[in-house]
Design a binder for this molecule. Structure first.
Ligand code: FAD
Ligand code: SF4
Length: 334
């Protein structure tokens, strides 16, 4: 077990000033290189010596990866745009307030000033066994300390999709981006690909050692918000132990197109209940075409369908049901 704090292994630091140079470097350095954004997740891993990259490519000087711009009806956000910038941007606030709110709920002002949107959705899980250097399945070992040991501490762990690993996606912005049907642009020296943000995240059923589809040599460059959900009714709520600093115990992001009180169409996405953000298609189908009040009870019942609580996280089932209710009714207090 590695519990060496504040002792980074030396590495070669590269500070490109263009995407093209970053991709050339990434191609040349291959699996030896680590992409550095705000560094909040990365440096913690380096200091604990759980990740020991030979080379680090710092994207902090690549201006073209920063900022928010309009392209037709799409809003394009550079991956290195900070969470504070996302929270304050007037156009994001006006059209996609759900994302602005989610970004504003991340941790503390200092962390939002440093952390980037690209880094926030690409960060690793916070499962303390894994972060503490225990050789669990996700770390390449032979057990899950959180889920398989009778003494496992699993209060913050997953309700859904536990296939060997019960770690959760800790991101506050990822559920909002899925509700908004964002698309991600990923580049490498070989070219560019665009993926729906929903397909960016990887559960343990697909690959227990990773949280997203980023491959060696790839850089996430843009987050694109289509007009599909611009200006509809949004709801974001995050439940956590303390009002600042804390990662979500459960969060919810919802987008609803309303006609009066009737829900024409909706997206509901939970965070911190599975290794990837967890969309609720059964709830979306149940509320479509119904009045908010009429839809709420059936939706709440369906919300936790498929949940398999661990010994210490059964409270999340009640949270999930209540958050779905509150999202439908637009309430921030019960
Ligand atoms: C004390 C603390 C509390 C926090 N609380 C919360 C919280 O409540 N909610 C929440 O959502 N988050 C929280 N975070 C996470 C934080 O907000 C950061 O968003 C997150 O750590 C990563 O962002 P970063 O920009 O620092 O990325 P980094 O740490 O630099 O990178 C994170 C990962 O993404 C990869 N990466 C980043 N950008 C790119 C890119 N453009 N292309 C390819 N790969 C990339 C890196 O290689 C690395 O693997 C917290 C962090 C800390 C330290
Ligand atoms: S939940 Fe996942 S990351 Fe945590 S100990 Fe189990 S296998 Fe490891």
């Amino acid at each position: 077990m590695a519990i060496i704090r504040d002792g980074m292994q030396p590495f070669d630091l590269y500070q490109p000033t263009s995407v093209e140079d970053a991709l050339t470097l990434a191609d040349r350095l291959g699996a030896d290189a680590w992409m550095l954004a705000g560094g909040l997740d990365s440096l913690e891993r380096f200091k604990d010596r759980l990740k020991r990259p030979k080379a680090v490519i710092d994207l902090g000087r690549v201006e073209e990866l920063r900022g928010v711009r309009r392209e037709g009806e799409d809003l394009v956000i550079g991956s290195m745009t900070t969470l504070t910038e996302v929270n304050r941007d007037p156009e994001i606030r006006a059209r996609f307030g759900l994302l602005a709110e989610a970004a504003g709920e991340v941790a503390s002002p200092q962390i939002r000033n440093q952390g980037t949107l690209g880094g926030n959705i690409s960060q690793d899980t916070r499962c303390w066994y894994y972060r503490g250097g225990w050789q669990c399945y996700r770390a390449g070992g032979g057990t899950c300390y959180a889920g398989e040991s009778t003494q496992g501490q699993n209060r913050e762990h997953a309700l859904f999709g536990v296939e060997g690993c019960a770690a959760v996606s800790p991101s506050d912005t990822a559920p909002a981006l899925i509700a908004l049907e964002a698309r991600l642009v990923i580049k490498s020296a070989k070219g560019a690909r665009e993926v729906a943000v929903e397909d960016y995240f990887v559960g343990p059923d697909t690959d227990i050692t990773r949280m997203n589809v980023l491959g060696t040599g790839e850089v996430l460059t843009e987050i694109r918000l289509p007009a599909t959900w611009a200006g509809v009714t949004f709801y974001f709520e995050k439940v956590r132990d303390r009002p600042v600093w804390d990662f979500p115990l459960v969060n919810i992001a919802a987008a609803m197109q309303l006609s009066g009180d009737r829900i024409d169409r909706a997206r509901f996405v939970l965070g911190a209940v599975a290794a990837r953000p967890w969309r609720l298609p059964q709830v979306e189908a149940a509320v479509a075409g119904r009045a908010r009040n009429a839809a709420v009870d059936a939706a709440a019942r369906l919300a936790a369908d498929g949940a398999v609580p661990l010994p210490q996280n059964g409270y999340k089932v009640a949270l999930v049901r209540n958050l779905v209710k509150r999202a439908i009714l637009g309430k921030t207090t019960s």
